[in-house]
Design a protein around this ligand. Sequence first.
Ligand code: NAD
Length: 499
Amino acid sequence: MTVIAHLIDGEPHNGTGASLDVTNPSTGEVIRQVACADAATVERAVAAAKAAYPAWRDTPPAKRAQVMYRFKQLLEDNAERLTYLVSEEHGKTLEDAAGELRRGIENVEYACGVPELLKGEYSHNVGPSIDAWSNFQPLGVVAGITPFNFPAMVPLWMYPMAIACGNTFVLKPSERDPGSALAIAELLQEAGLPKGVINVVHGSREAVDALIDSPDVKALSFVGSTPVAESIYTRGAANGKRVQALGGAKNHAVVLPDADIENAANTLMGAAYGSCGERCMAISVAVCVGDETADQLIASLEPKIAALKIGPGTQKGLDMGPLITAEQREKVLGYIEDGVKSGAKLVADGRGLSVAGHEGGFFVGGCLFDAVTSEMRIYREEIFGPVLCVVRVESLDAAIALINAHEYGNGTCLFTRDGEAARRFADSIEVGMVGINVPLPVPVAYHSFGGWKRSLFGDLHAYGPDAVRFYTRRKAISQRWPSSFETTHAEFHFPSGGQ
Ligand code: NAD
């Protein structure tokens, strides 16, 4: 059986750790294995990145950008193969995988502009014969740890910009679907990147621990669940590293009585059930203002849920594939059971779904709960499955208060025709990414992505302009070139403006 190797110093490397199974979630069958990095393997990757750093740091930004241009082209040339790989290992539909790859490529396109993005700030003549400027210098070796649910896109949020800024990189993708992350990094190597600038180590906790504890890793970008994000942020910061750690979510869509209910229901279908609900921006709660709004929305959603086309991700024309693992399926089924027991009304029940020819796949059909309250676990916790909860409230203010009281603050959305309500919602909601009649407000690559509260630990968001700041440190330089006839004498006061 094929073993997915690490990529260290430009070469495939099996490392010295054990290996893990990679399963096709649409069939439940093991399709390949992945090498698991132990501490010695991680050390080797970090050493390769450290050795490659000085020459890469000194490579002019415009030359670094040239590699990104070639990388973008290679990604587009290989899109079909990469899309298939994502779909096969993750289970999401081919169309969804293609969308993920496209959003990833947009980050490479943004990184192509790095000479412009790294332009510093300059002040002439701040004192007699003194000029001052600030520039942005890379950090050194940077590491990225990524989740299973966007195996191609989330790594591309990180290393194109980190590398374009002059850093070298060690990526630790999810061990559950590592194939596309490796294939994409190999394309970057093929684009002309010097060996050691991008390295990939697979595995799970042992590999991550080694990256957090390595004194040569200067910064960590993490995307995954909140408990792991919090612990990586705390440990990484205690080790003196710069850390950004993006965590989990519970995203609410508020539906006002004046909304176009049919449009809201159509777009909510994709936002709640697309990728089987395994998106950190998935809408998992519909907050309906007024009973009539809730009744209308549910009436519109019910037949659409019943009509969902569910099957193996790699089959064309489907709406939804399976969940990632058998454990995740059990977890989601456990939440559904818990919701029923706690008194929520299960309007659409996706349990017991069997897909002909794929009986071993980890499928759950679309589920819809009504009469959900804020005390219930299905409301409070991230389920990460195809489960949408309807909460009924009496006013927009009650909806805002509900959302602001939740521990997560990743994304949210409001459906309305009322501009004043939309403005009030956008101003007062304590969530990092807000949509008005846009259920998945994932920022484009030239803005930055990040939640608030327990959805993000750290100061800077992912990709976009924040990534340039995260992957560089500012240096302020004051330089004096006195003319030959200027005389100097000792001054003991603190230099002030105008010197
Ligand atoms: P996860 O936290 O289980 O794993 C993420 C990464 O951390 C993986 O590479 C994994 O190998 C590693 N890891 C797992 N347990 C670890 C541990 N104890 N110590 C160190 N490393 C560990 O997350 P997942 O299940 O792969 O992804 C789903 C989660 O990610 C969801 O909570 C989702 O909301 C979140 N997510 C958030 C965003 C965002 O931008 N906020 C984006 C995508 C996914």
